[in-house]
Design a protein around this ligand. Structure first.
Ligand code: EPU
Length: 292
């Protein structure tokens, strides 16, 4: 407890994490904070670091399953507006790690900046998107990223230039604890054209995925050259139910839950699907979703 001295107005104890996630499941965080400035964040991280308190960063909670016991240590969420600023400078867009990806995309489109519209429909924050190099068939966020400002576990700010950023399928070398902000080099296009393109993408996505359900994006990564959703479907698992969790009928790489579900149901269903796909098709699926 001693490590919290002077921080009791900022750090909350036993904060339920379920409301912060798309699944709306799981237990509390031992400590939880929403810092109000970069400086406050840095001081808090230094303090936690000195006292060896484990720290995790929560983004939009849309690619995350929190288990029932909850998590020990400190969970930080960048919900304060200071972490969500968006600025346009010529063909460059600079944005805070806490901004919602959807908001960033619509700002780019309105400003006539092309590239990010392919990511429409991906939930979560910019920080989360960069952390896992979120993307779709039309491309990923990494391809437009030209620099990033991050903060490490010791509370130090580090600048990362394009040359030392590596992005691959759902992978990113931005592995510091906090992505404070990043910059995108985009291309000029007509805002009306861009809007149309974005709307078309949105319609396609909405038709193929159970968006708007209690769900959390794709559960598994696509194995090289294959679609995890297609494999799960081929293994006959659509509609498979465990407690309140079910493999989506619309897209088999999604799990949707109802109000009776527990995170244990989701976890058991993930393992069931992985086991059956391995047994029936000989392919091992790797989680895309993070589990705390
Ligand atoms: N398919 C099936 N059954 C299903 C699902 C898909 O047969 O239940 C078939 C489709 O008919 C299609 C093929 O599988 O022929 C590929 O499906 P889709 O176009 O939906 O793409 P995906 O590979 O399953 C990937 C990303 C999605 C992203 C979409 C669209 C991964 C794990 N998934 O899905 O990303 O939205 O492309 O760009 O990379 C995510 O990562 O959370 C995510 C949702």
């Amino acid at each position: 407890m001693g490590w919290l001295a002077g921080y009791d107005d900022l750090v909350r104890l036993n904060e339920p994490l379920a409301p912060h996630t798309w699944f709306q499941l799981g237990g509390p965080a031992e400590y939880f904070a929403e810092p109000r400035s970069v400086d406050e964040l840095a001081r808090l991280l230094r303090r936690a670091h000195e006292h060896a308190v484990p720290v995790r960063l929560l983004g939009g909670g849309s690619n995350l399953l929190v288990l029932e016991p909850g998590v020990t240590g400190l969970v930080i969420r960048l919900s304060h507006p200071t972490f969500a600023e968006v600025r346009v400078e010529g063909n460059r867009l600079r944005a805070g790690g806490g901004v919602k990806l959807g908001h960033l995309i619509s700002t780019a489109v309105r400003e006539g900046l092309a590239g990010l519209e392919a990511l429409v429909g991906i939930p979560g924050t910019l920080g989360g998107a960069l952390h896992g190099n979120a993307g779709s068939r039309g491309g990923d966020i990494g391809q437009w990223t030209c620099r990033a400002t991050v903060m490490n576990r010791a509370g130090e700010i580090v600048e990362r230039a394009r040359e030392d950023l590596v992005f691959a399928y759902r992978q990113s070398s931005l592995d510091e604890l906090v992505i404070l902000s990043s910059e995108f080099q985009l291309e000029r296009d007509n805002p009306d054209e861009l809007t149309k393109r974005m709307q078309t993408q949105w319609i396609v996505k909405k038709a193929g995925q159970p968006l708007g359900h209690q769900s959390a994006g794709c559960i598994f990564k696509n194995p090289r050259g294959m679609s995890a959703g297609m494999l799960i479907d081929q293994a006959g698992l659509k509609g498979t139910r465990l407690g309140g969790a079910e493999v989506s009928d619309r897209h088999a790489n999604f799990i949707v839950v109802d109000s009776t579900a527990s995170s244990q149901d989701v976890l058991r269903l993930i393992e069931l699907v992985r086991g059956r796909v391995q047994e029936r098709l000989g392919v091992e699926l790797e989680n895309e979703i993070e589990i705390w």
